[in-house]
Write a protein that binds this ligand. Structure first.
Ligand code: ATP
Length: 318
């Protein structure tokens, strides 16, 4: 992998996962025993920051946690991966975002309650206060945002990013039909999955042909590059040439793998793709490699714990 040249700022969410594995879901009012329990650091912002840092990128996280027992766990997890966390604030009197997940082992289905807690304290003021972090990566940097914090905060971060000359990347996950799409005017690269494509464009994208339609629709709203991830089918990349109406479309297929746990695969793709771009890898090649890296992650259980490091990839001949 090429030496890193650009720096990455993630302005986004931090969420602590609390997962109970049960034989079945409890009925309303019922208490049942879980079979096992797992907790892990998560949140789309943190996951993408970790995926990028594990590949050797220079990553800073801007986010908020509460003043509870989950705060340090989540900060430490990012630090362990090499993410710079001095712009992660502990909000007094608030709780760290949590995802309380029940996995019914009978059918493998899950039910999830996400309580965003301190993530909801992210605001335009947070973005303005972090301008020096964003701007320190001016002209060479990439700003990476998701949709798990208030839209007004994300939009302001993108405005600042564009003003200061950074490349802006939006992964509007998890899909929200009410996303403030006016932020797309400040987005250079947008990456969606099948559901998010539907929310943004009204076009469902379960296959490459539909994904191309959705990608072209997204390019009409501001971004120069649109990516639709397609699970086991890989991803579709559409790129608008600067100063021309020509759109170049590429399908980057995934290898066939045995998927054990696809949780966080989208975050792995986004973090890896941005890390590769930051390392100077051209767009299409970065997307091709990000598909491969995300496909490796679905072969392991967990979210951040399923992501490969640069050393692992190198030793396996990547
Ligand atoms: P999630 O919500 O589970 O994090 P997502 O829906 O945002 O994921 P996907 O499109 O499902 O994102 O997957 C992102 C990438 O992960 C794909 O482009 C592919 O590289 C890899 N991937 C996901 N599922 C599989 C699979 N079953 N086999 C191989 N690769 C996969």
């Amino acid at each position: 992998m090429a030496q890193n040249r650009k720096k990455i700022v993630v302005f986004g969410s931090i969420v602590h996962d609390l997962i109970s594995y049960t034989s079945r879901f409890p009925r309303p009012g019922e208490s049942i025993r879980g079979n096992s329990f797992h907790q892990g650091a998560g949140g789309k912002g943190a996951n993408q920051a970790v995926a990028a840092a594990l590949l050797g990128a220079n990553v800073a996280m801007i986010g908020k946690v509460g003043d509870d027992i989950f705060a340090d766990f989540n900060i430490a997890s990012m630090q362990k991966a090499g993410v710079e966390t001095s712009a992660v604030e502990k909000v007094a009197g608030s709780t760290t975002g949590t995802a309380t997940i029940t996995v019914s082992e009978a059918g493998g289905e899950n039910s999830i309650v996400v309580t965003l807690g301190a993530n909801l304290e992210m605001s335009p003021v947070t973005a303005e206060a972090a301008e020096t972090v964003i701007a320190s990566f001016r002209s060479a940097g990439i700003l990476l945002c998701q949709a798990e914090i208030p839209d007004a905060a994300t939009k302001k971060a993108f405005e600042i990013g564009k003003k200061r000359g950074v490349t802006t990347f939006l992964n509007p996950a998890p899909g929200d039909p009410h996303l403030d799409q006016s932020m797309l005017a400040f987005v250079d690269i947008i990456c969606v999955n099948e559901n998010e494509a539907k929310f943004i464009t009204g076009i469902a994208a379960p296959n490459p042909a539909q994904a191309e339609k959705a990608a072209r629709a997204m390019l009409e709203r501001g971004p120069m590059v649109a990516i639709v991830t397609l699970g086991p089918q890989g991803c579709l990349l559409a790129e608008r040439s600067d100063g021309s109406s020509e759109i170049v479309v590429s399908l980057l297929p995934a290898e066939s793998v045995t998927a054990v746990d696809t949780t966080g695969a989208g975050d792995c793709f986004c973090g890896s793709f941005v890390a590769l771009l930051a390392a100077g890898i051209p767009l299409k090649e970065a997307a091709r490699r990000a598909v491969m890296i995300a496909s490796l992650s679905v072969m392991r259980k967990g979210t951040q714990s399923s992501y490969s490091s640069r050393a692992e990839l190198t030793s396996s001949g990547f």
